[in-house]
Ligand binder design. Structure first.
Ligand code: ME8
Length: 639
């Protein structure tokens, strides 16, 4: 008989910056669920990936002096390295720049155009020129750009629109028929009251102001804008509208889209409407998890004052990070990350409870029975209490995982561990040994080994590397399913334990906190502007500065920041691109005398050749170009 399928996804991660520990939350939760389902008999497909198009990427690449593709390639590498370090067992990693994805997005737009769900119109919005971003009235902060606080102007742009409004009633109907579609429930009310009831507006789904995106095949000056490109990843990854669509046939509709609460709206309104428009079945559930907050900061998705998760994983092990995120952050609501809570949680649960149980038990079996797990004799009521906890654990953990609550599931597993530690204190094996009661001692060692086997099996989805090490220590093969959890007493004769190293070393919290502070400070300093070094007169002599007269000037196409000028520099005429369009109009520049760096290596900026750089005085808000105090010829050396 074929296994039931389970398709689980994370959002695709923006490729415009480094990921922090908050980002790891979605991926780690999904990983635990995927691993649990695999062991519980499902044929699982776990998808994650990167969201690589858009204006932000284009701008960041420009600032970094690389192409957008080089920029996203580098981030993609960093992100996959992080997932590897955290032991994320995804089945596929999709990049929105993957050829198959781009081609399918184009087909989706064509399909929507053909069915009448896509139409061309004009988008009117508040535009922030420095940020090159459109905002709706309600997104503005005191009438200004919510990102940079500067003035915005009302601007019109030709755009394609998705007929979202048409699906309003069908969406409400769908929610009614599927009350568990949006979880937790509170988020469902939020969606209906805040977004659907006030009325859905058609959605602008193309842009002409930048070009780092999927070009619309029927109108290539437009690129796909954000949500259709991003959301369709969940089906393009499976082969939707492609030659090989076996995975799509097998796994769609998704069982679970796990997303952070800020993007529930897109996944529960736009995504189902789009699927309705494409005549596809809808996903079974969208879960909006809470945020990992940092210190007292409300929501700092981009906070930099926390140590890089790669460094944390390297220092404390992937499982300490995984365990912390799964256990400490209450599922469905926000939780606060602090270095201290990470270290304390690791010491309390992983070092004390789990580590001690395994090391004490393996040490005692080694000392009292030469390392071979003895067979049990008659069970007492005390033993039976532990047996009942073990045998009840899988159904309980399964129930927790059905509710997607990893913290509860881990609490239930740790109940076995904590009870077993107490059992050691209660049975006092050292006294049994001293009194020569080998029979009872054998039963106690056997019960403890079985408790460890149950706990380690159930821990495999959550802290897989540690659980695997436990199986090594207790001399058993690592199970691939929960089959052997139906019966206490499955451990047969002749099993040999190996105590080996500690599972986790105790962390000196005070000392580590100081180290982490230092690391975070170093990280911040790395990001900050490097201190300007002093240079010698010889170094300065290498820079050739000259006066130049602006002969002509115009805007660079598709850029609000750049002007391209022809400059007279002595006998020579050269072209220079300068990022001063927000501060000077082309007309104003014509006839002005400027100062340029004349021996700068030529470069292409937005595809336009630039041979030199115009000197400006800038303070981050205002920019003025430098000009000689008196009229002077062009081409004069400036020293
Ligand atoms: O939203 N705490 O990508 P993203 C918890 N590309 N989760 C957090 C978090 C925090 N502090 N910060 C981020 C996007 N996340 C889009 C999605 S899907 C079609 C397109 C989570 O890189 C966030 O909630 O901003 C989301 O689930 C994931 O990281 C990716 O966020």
């Amino acid at each position: 008989m074929s296994k039931p399928t389970y398709y689980i996804t994370t959002p695709i991660y923006y490729s415009s910056g480094k990921l922090h520990i908050g980002h790891c939350y979605t991926t780690v939760i999904c990983d635990a669920i995927a691993r649990f389902k695999r062991m519980d008999g499902y044929d699982v497909f776990y998808l994650t990936g990167t969201d690589e198009h858009g204006q932000k990427v284009q701008q960041k690449a420009e600032t970094a002096g690389v192409t957008p593709k080089q920029y996203v390639d580098d981030l993609h590498q960093q992100i996959t390295k992080l997932w590897k370090a955290l032991n994320i067992s995804y089945d596929k990693f999709i990049r929105t720049t993957d050829d198959y994805h781009e081609k399918t997005v184009q087909k989706v737009y064509e399909k929507l155009l053909a069915s009448g769900d896509l139409y061309k119109s004009t988008y009117e919005g508040w535009y922030c020129t420095p940020c090159e971003s459109f905002w709706t009235e309600s997104q503005l902060a005191d009438g200004k750009c919510p990102d940079c606080g500067r003035e915005v102007k009302l601007q019109k742009e030709e755009s394609y629109f998705f007929r979202l409004s048409k699906y309003q009633d069908r969406l409400i109907e769908f929610y009614k028929e599927n009350p568990d579609f949006i979880s937790p429930r509170s988020r469902m009310n939020e969606m209906i009251n805040n977004f659907i009831k006030p009325g859905l507006k058609d959605l602008c789904v193309s842009r002409t102001t930048f070009d780092w995106g999927v070009k619309l095949p029927f109108d290539p000056k437009h690129v796909a804008y954000v949500w259709i490109d991003a959301l369709t990843n969940y089906i393009t990854a499976l082969g939707y509208l492609q030659e090989d669509h076996a995975l799509f046939d097998k796994f769609w509709p998704a069982d679970l889209h796990m997303v952070g609460k800020e993007i529930v709206r897109f996944h529960t309104i736009i995504w189902p409407a789009l699927l309705m428009a494409l005549d596809l079945p809808l996903p079974k559930k969208v879960y909006g998890h809470g945020w990992v907050l940092f210190g007292n900061d409300k929501m700092s998705k981009s906070k930099g004052n926390v140590v890089d998760p790669l460094v944390l994983a390297d220092r404390y092990g992937a499982d300490a990070i995984r365990y912390y995120l799964l256990r400490e952050i209450p599922f469905g609501s926000d939780g606060t990350y602090t270095d201290e809570s990470l270290l304390l949680r690791t010491n309390a649960d992983l070092v004390n409870d789990l580590g001690n149980l395994v090391s004490r038990t393996t040490a005692m079996i080694t000392q009292y029975f030469g390392g071979t797990v003895p067979q049990p004799n008659e069970y007492t009521d005390l033993d039976r209490e532990l047996i009942a906890i073990c045998e009840g654990a899988l159904p309980q953990v399964r129930k927790d995982m059905d509710a997607l609550s990893a913290p509860d599931a881990l609490c239930d597993v740790f109940r076995i561990i904590q009870r077993a530690n107490k059992y050691i204190d209660e049975t006092m094996p050292w006294a049994l040994n001293k009194n020569g009661d080998k029979q009872r001692l054998a039963t106690v060692m056997y019960v403890l080994t079985e408790c460890i086997r149950f706990a380690a099996t159930l821990l495999l989805p959550f802290i897989p590397a540690t659980a695997a090490r436990i199986f090594d220590k207790i001399g058993m093969p690592q199970p691939t399913d929960f089959g052997a959890l139906d019966r206490f007493g499955a451990t047969g004769e002749g099993v040999t334990v190996h105590k080996g190293d500690n599972l986790f070393d105790r962390i000196d919290v005070e000392k580590e906190l100081k180290e982490l502070n230092k690391l975070a400070a170093a990280q911040q300093a790395e990001k900050a502007e490097p201190e300007t070094p002093q240079i010698s007169i010889e170094d300065f002599a290498k820079v050739k500065l000259a006066t130049a007269k602006v002969l002509s000037c115009e805007k660079v196409a598709k850029s609000d920041k750049l002007l391209v000028m022809k400059l007279q520099v002595g006998d020579e005429v050269r072209q220079v691109v300068s990022g001063i369009a927000q501060y000077y109009s082309p007309e104003y520049m014509i006839g002005k005398t400027v100062v340029i760096v004349s021996n700068l290596k030529p470069a292409k900026i937005r595809g336009v050749d630039s041979n030199g750089m115009i000197l400006c005085a800038a303070d981050g808000k205002n920019v003025v170009f430098v000009t000689p105090e008196k009229e002077t010829d062009s081409g004069k050396e400036v020293r």
